[in-house]
Design a protein around this ligand. Structure first.
Ligand code: TRP
Length: 331
């Protein structure tokens, strides 16, 4: 039995990094698996947040996922806070996870930065809630971007320890699914920084809502070096910006880095960038059009989320009941 689960934060809009790194895999996995996709609003409040922005962000992320091809007739799409099992199971798993394990999490160190003492406790235990998300559905496969590898390892450690401590075989050990030529899309301004919605420079990312002209402008202005593209993959070593753009091209055209270099090797960025912009527009324009359409009908979005939550509860509640029995709770 296989079951796919993944989550995405409702903060800001989808960008090309989210799309190529994870969401595209979410879409294709629907063909062969039972898939459960979650807008993780409980995770969103681990950092400072504004209620109106969060409310709009949940709907916008839902519209973006539907526009990208998540099909609510086949897959379950729901907001995390509407299924109380996540928060309840997270408490139990916080008693399974060890301080030492969480102290090693690099994302907490990055997000808390210099103000570790001022970070919320929720930000510290964020990866335990993420483990609860996955384990509440006994998920076996978790499509994520490359940056979530460490959180997935922690989820496996928690699942294993719970099973061992309680002498049960309740939780399968979830496997990360990180695939495609662009699992790690980098900033257009800095080939060593991840493309991110929190980067203050909008020119660093291609947003799913950018129009064709904006996309072309951003790609034209993307940082590169002065050399021509190599013909072999090895020639990208030490050329982070070039490697990033070639990887994006490969992902957008369902190709490989080697095939893109076979075609563009020997050419300069003056020739490559317009082709890359065309490829980006070809993929994104239909998604953007659907997104702009879908987000107008907030009632329809709320219906999708409410129906998704009902289906999610039907799977997660019996798992929580099994957890209660395993732990020794009386009800
Ligand atoms: N932490 C993930 C991210 O930032 C989002 C997330 C929350 C998630 N819960 C999850 C991803 C469960 C996969 C499975 O991308």
């Amino acid at each position: 039995m296989s079951r796919v689960f993944s989550g995405i934060q409702p903060t800001g809009n989808l960008h090309l990094g989210n799309y190529l790194g994870a969401i595209r895999n979410w879409v294709t996995m629907q063909d062969a698996h039972e898939c459960i996709y979650c807008v993780v609003d409980l995770h969103a409040i681990t950092v400072a947040q504004d209620p109106a922005t969060l409310r709009a962000g949940i709907r916008d992320m839902t519209a973006a996922l539907l526009a990208s091809g998540i099909d609510p007739a086949r897959s379950i799409l729901f907001p995390q806070s509407q299924v109380r099992v996540h928060a309840e199971l997270a408490w139990v798993l916080m008693c399974t996870a060890r301080m030492g394990w969480l102290n090693r999490m690099t994302q907490f160190k990055e997000k808390s930065g210099k103000d570790r003492e001022g970070a919320s406790v929720g930000l510290f235990t964020y990866p335990v809630l993420q483990a609860a998300d996955i384990l509440a559905y006994q998920a076996t496969h978790v499509p994520v971007g490359d940056d979530q590898k460490q959180h997935l390892e922690l989820a496996r450690d928690i699942a294993q320890k719970f099973n061992t401590d309680m002498s049960v075989e309740l939780f399968p050990l979830p496997e990360p699914v990180i695939q495609g030529p662009a699992t790690r899309v980098m900033s257009l301004r800095d080939g060593n920084a991840k493309m991110s919605k929190s980067d203050p420079s909008d020119a660093s990312r291609v947003n799913m809502t950018d129009d064709a002209d904006t996309i072309a402008q951003k790609i034209k202005r993307a940082r590169t070096d002065a050399e021509v593209l190599p013909s072999e993959v090895a020639g990208l070593a030490g050329r982070a910006e070039a490697a990033n753009l070639v990887g994006i091209m490969a992902a957008l055209t369902d190709s490989s880095v080697a095939a893109v270099l076979a075609q563009y090797g020997g050419q300069g960025f003056g020739a490559f960038k317009p082709a890359l912009a065309d490829a980006a527009v070809a993929v994104l324009a239909p998604i953007t059009a659907r997104f702009n359409d879908l987000r107008r009908d907030t009632t329809a979005i709320d219906v999708v989320l409410a129906q998704g939550a009902v289906r999610a509860r039907a799977i997660a509640e019996p798992v929580l009941a099994a957890v209660h029995r395993a732990v020794g709770f009386s009800g």
